[in-house]
Design a protein around this ligand. Structure first.
Ligand code: NI
Length: 139
């Protein structure tokens, strides 16, 4: 990836720009350039997640009650089934019953979404979310 910088002029409605400036100040950006680059990168990553054969990475976070044996077994089975896509995981015992698990997934968008859907649909999973990240290679 080239890191050569290009300057370009953009015409933006005044009120939109002042809102943007307020927003990026709140978020701690030192200047507009980094904020704008981040927005563009975010859009590119979002777009990539619409391409089913695109190779990418992400994380799936799930919260469940481990006391129900069935859930723990199903989750374990699913993770073994998709061992080539689930490249790492983190398990945190939140309290006596609840567990939080973060799975790092790598592979085609369609496969990652399938794993995420199956985990979310597992009976007893209280909460699940997919964080659609990117490999960073093309950004
Ligand atoms: Ni646990």
């Amino acid at each position: 990836m080239s890191h050569h910088l290009t300057r370009f002029g953009v015409a933006v409605p005044e009120n939109l720009l002042s809102k943007f400036d307020r927003l990026i100040k709140e978020k701690g950006y030192g200047n507009r350039s980094k904020a704008l680059c981040d927005l563009i990168r975010q859009k590119i990553v979002e777009q990539d997640w619409n391409l089913s054969d695109k190779e990418t990475v992400g994380t799936i976070t799930i919260v469940y009650n481990h006391s129900f044996r069935e859930i723990a077994d199903t989750l374990n089975h699913l993770q073994h089934h998709y061992y080539s896509q689930i490249i790492s995981n983190l398990h945190v015992h939140l309290d006596l019953h609840n567990c939080l698990e973060v799975l790092v997934v790598k592979g085609k968008v369609k496969n990652i979404k399938k794993i995420s859907d199956r985990l979310m649909a597992t009976k007893g999973v209280k909460q699940a979310s997919l964080c659609m990240a990117g490999t960073g290679k093309e950004l």
